[in-house]
Design a protein around this ligand. Structure first.
Ligand code: GDG
Length: 475
């Protein structure tokens, strides 16, 4: 088997396994990454390695799952409940997630969780080597749960081609420095040939961490590890533009749009969609909406904030507290400002099919994204893709990676409550012509720099780097 292979590795496989009445169900993920990489891992003898999100009851069930997944080019890494708690919930979500989102005080450093993180990264490495990759193959590792993996793999083959993409921000080095295991994490990622982030700032923070914390040198924009050059570059992730623009035109979705608008008696709809997470600025958004109701009373009964929060990590104490606070604040706003005819906030804590999401995007007059930090934020791009030839205004946090691309959104500082309220008014009063102009400019960006473009660009660059390295070695 000498043909070049692509191996994708991420914490989760692009599939969900459910067991109903003793029968295993394999449900393909519709997420952006799964779609974008679908054309790659399903082809030839390429594979995707990751946790299937399910704990098998016995060895026999493991084997059944392994076989079923192999037919889909997927290789499972099975994790124990203790590993999930220590590596995923404990280390990834209670150390790396808060630190990388600039929330120092939320980090909980526990030595035993670090041990689990190392153990699971090693398990992923073993799963990669079990597939016997060689130095013709390409390995693309995704995200902060697997920061040690590039180096672990590199130790088995100095010439193998490894790319790493981080979907969340990389903080300034003085913040990153707070992690007790910062050196090992940096050295781990630096096993890759190409390390990529959504924004230029993230790359600069990473370069600073390399020079200030590890004392490395930079040559031609690369970090030097001995005689190896590691490329640190920007690849802003796109979405499946065609899918979202086609969905918005779909007859059933259009019917649903009509229903939604009628349900709210043609009041203006301000939409927000996010996972439950303190990085998304959900409370700030609610304060801003209350401030808007107080200071622009002429809009009472004219506007609805439709807020969809997708359940996430709600066993983690900070997330549970956030959820309680959202419940309280939504209850307070609806109780104080609502009337018999009008409930200001339509709040749902739920997951919807993508068709429903599409109908909401198409129906919304305004999309409000107030992330306090966000690697990219795909919701705002999906909103834009659902608005071809239509009206709509995007209000976008300047602290989301997408703000570097969607320059024609109304950009706000998510900590400035008054600024967000004013932006809501500006959006509601924006002339149709200006809406169209701004939306057209945003559409052009989202359409061109779509998910396929992102995947293509990344792989082309990884190949180019390998080529450069080979030339350097033969000199
Ligand atoms: C991380 C980074 C970065 C949401 N609700 C439902 C649903 N969704 C989908 C959206 C969108 C995705 O989930 C959320 O993506 P985001 O980018 O907004 O946020 P994270 O989940 O935090 O993602 C982020 C991203 O990685 C990619 O690199 O942009 O910064 O934090 O696609 O559509 N999908 C369905 N039902 C829902 O109820 N089907």
């Amino acid at each position: 088997m000498n043909k070049k292979r692509t191996i994708i590795v991420s914490n989760r496989l692009p599939i969900r396994i459910e067991k109903n009445d003793g029968e295993l169900k394999f449900i393909q993920s519709e997420g952006g990454l799964a779609t974008g990489l679908g054309s790659i891992y399903k082809r030839d003898n390429n594979i995707w390695i990751g946790w299937p999100g399910y704990i098998p009851e016995c060895e026999e069930e493991k084997e059944i799952i392994r076989k079923r997944l192999a037919e889909l080019n997927l290789i499972p890494v099975f994790l124990t409940p203790e590993q999930i708690e220590g590596y995923y919930e404990g280390f990834s979500n209670e150390v790396l997630w808060p630190i990388f989102h600039y929330r120092l005080s939320y980090a909980i450093y526990k030595q035993e969780n670090w041990q689990y993180y190392k153990e699971v990264n090693q398990a992923f490495c073993d799963a990669v080597w079990a597939e016997q990759p060689n130095d013709k193959d390409e390995i693309w590792i995704h995200d902060y749960q697997l920061m040690l993996l590039p180096r672990l793999i590199r130790q088995g083959d100095a010439n193998i081609s490894i790319g790493y993409f981080q979907h969340i921000p990389f903080p300034p080095d003085e913040i990153f420095r707070c992690i007790p295991w910062r050196d090992e994490l940096l050295e781990g990622v630096l096993g890759a040939d190409l390390i990529a982030f959504h924004t230029y700032n993230d790359t600069q923070h990473f370069l600073n961490a390399g020079t200030h914390i590890l004392g490395l040198t930079i040559k031609n924009n690369c970090l030097q590890i001995g005689d190896r050059s590691v490329y640190i570059e920007v690849y802003p992730m796109g979405i499946d533009y065609d899918k979202f623009s086609a969905l918005a035109e779909n007859q059933e979705v259009q019917t649903r749009v009509k229903c939604i608008k009628e349900h709210y008696h043609n009041r203006k709809i301000v939409l927000s969609i996010d996972r439950l997470d303190y990085s998304k600025g959900i409370l700030e958004r609610l304060y801003a909406f209350e401030n808007f109701l107080i200071n622009w009373p002429q809009y009472n009964n004219q506007v609805v904030l439709y807020m969809l929060v997708v359940p996430s990590r709600d066993t983690v104490p900070q997330y549970k507290r956030l959820r309680d606070e959202i419940d309280r604040l939504v209850g307070h706003i609806n109780a104080v400002y609502g009337t018999n005819e009008w409930t200001p906030i339509a709040y749902y804590y739920n997951t919807y099919p993508v068709e429903e999401l599409s109908a909401l995007y198409a129906a919304a007059d305004v999309c409000l994204v107030t992330s306090l930090r966000d690697g990219m934020n795909l919701v705002c791009k999906e909103y834009v893709a659902s608005k071809e030839n239509k009206q709509g205004v995007l209000i976008l946090s300047e602290l989301a990676g997408a703000s570097k691309e969607l320059l024609d959104a109304i950009q706000v500082n998510p900590n400035a409550i008054d600024e967000i309220s004013k932006a809501i008014v500006q959006a509601l009063e924006m002339p149709k012509e200006e809406q169209r102009k701004r939306m057209d400019a945003n559409i052009a960006i989202v359409k061109k720099f779509n998910i396929n473009h992102w995947v293509r660009l990344f792989f082309n660059r990884l190949r180019e780097i390998k080529h450069i390295q080979k030339n350097e070695m033969s000199r």
